[in-house]
Design a protein around this ligand. Structure first.
Ligand code: ADP
Ligand code: MG
Length: 395
């Protein structure tokens, strides 16, 4: 997939003998100081190796881990990231315990301390940005998962030194660009709230053939149709909006709502769900909560998906955190994965969807699984990413 870009990429700059500030996604999950999932660090290796091969004199790796809140939190130090790179790069890697004010170590790759230890980062403070920028000659943004944040390391730095995109951001943009997606093109959308998915529905509705809808947002649609939804989650402020989508002659033909749902009643005494059963969408009993889409809906979704050439999936179809309400999500995820490579392009976006895919060990079974939660959602809704915008002046 080719994207139209109005920014420079890492291939357009000459890095020979240049100091480079490379912003990457370092926000890896940690358990007792050990990296549990290194996907994000791996995603930056192509850009780092390219910069090394193309003569960069020093590469400063900049990023954040967690939410330290603008002050040093020792457990969130990037030291662990520096150790990881030491064992994954063929050149010496050093760690410094600041983002500036340090004496330059004798290493070609220098991992700077967690940029969110400084208040200037989230505040996008120009003085802070200028200090970061003064480290280097050139800036490369390869931190896709942070591209929707207008923080100093994302948008401030490239106002001072020339900046471009790295390979990881490029790959995400190429895979999440769906303007010329081959048809039939089907989107599977789940998740908790219609309010957060509405912009995605509206943007995709002009591109797809079908929008298969699951997750808790189906109950807002059912309510808009006048059905009773028991104790299911409903976005009350969005019932009118749901109604207008279902009244829209074009969008309504594309939206497929589940014909059956899995419901359950919450037992306060044992604080667990009981009386789990499958019911028709129009007969959810009082006192019951809809927690997954039903088997008939899953079969209907699969029969439509089997004709698709492009599939985009965002958002769990049910309450995946508890069995058996993860059933439809797991079944559809495995089905989409099984279609991949038979000429079918399959793309997964969204933080919780990524968690499901990783839990099932299916990350490599799709054409592309986005590593950016919020940023991928913004692309799916057709919005601009602030950090890309900030690079346009160097194009
Ligand atoms: P993503 O991060 O992939 O974009 P969302 O954040 O929109 O996905 O939604 C994920 C959440 O939606 C999950 O925590 C899941 O439990 C919840 N969810 C989906 N269906 C239901 C449901 N029927 N009832 C309650 N929660 C649901
Ligand atoms: Mg989420």
């Amino acid at each position: 997939m080719v994207v139209k870009l109005n920014v420079k990429t890492i291939r357009d700059f000459d890095f020979n003998n240049k100091k480079v500030l490379l912003r990457i996604d370092m926000d890896v999950p940690l358990d007792n100081g050990v990296i549990v999932d290194d996907t994000r660090l791996r995603a930056s290796l192509d850009s780092i190796n390219y910069l090394l091969d193309n003569g960069a004199s020093v590469i400063f790796l900049l990023g954040h881990i967690g939410r330290p809140g603008g002050k040093p939190v020792p457990e969130l130090s990037t030291k662990v990231v520096a150790d990881w790179f030491s064992s994954h790069l063929s050149v010496p890697v050093a760690h410094v315990d600041s983002c500036f004010d340090f004496s330059l170590p004798d290493a070609r790759v220098v991992v700077l301390e967690n940029v969110r230890f400084f208040q200037g980062e989230k505040a996008n403070d120009p003085v802070f940005s200028e200090k970061l920028a003064s480290l280097a000659d050139l800036y490369v943004n390869d931190a896709f998962a942070t591209c929707h944040r207008s923080h100093a390391s994302m948008v401030g730095v490239p106002s001072f030194i020339p900046g471009c995109l790295g390979f990881n951001v490029l790959k995400e943009l190429e895979n999440l660009s769906l303007d010329d997606a081959e048809k039939p093109f089907i989107a599977v959308l789940g998740g908790a709230k219609l309010s957060t998915k509405l912009p995605v529905i509206i943007n995709l509705s002009s591109k797809v053939d079908y929008l298969l809808v699951g997750g808790a947002m189906i109950f807002t649609f059912y309510k808009a149709l006048g059905f009773s939804v028991g104790d299911s989650l409903v976005d009350d402020d969005f019932i009118a909006k749901a109604k207008s989508l279902l009244d829209d002659p074009v969008i309504s033909k594309k939206i497929v709502l589940p014909s059956d749902v899995v419901v359950s009643s919450f037992d306060e005494f044992s604080s667990s769900f009981s009386n789990t059963r499958v019911v028709s969408y129009d007969s959810i009993p009082d006192g019951f909560k809809g927690l997954d889409i039903g088997p008939e809906a899953v079969n209907k979704f699969k029969s439509l998906l089997s004709f698709a050439k492009t599939i985009v999936w965002n958002g769990p179809l049910g309450y995946v955190e508890a069995e058996p309400f993860d059933k439809a999500t797991v079944s559809i995820a495995e089905f989409i994965a099984s279609l991949t490579n038979n000429g079918v392009r399959t793309v997964v976006g969204g933080g919780d969807s990524l968690k499901v895919v990783n839990k099932l060990g299916l990350a490599s079974a799709f054409t592309h699984v986005s590593t950016g939660g919020g940023a991928s959602l913004l692309l799916l809704q057709g919005s601009e990413l602030v950090a890309l915008k900030a690079l346009e002046k160097w194009n």
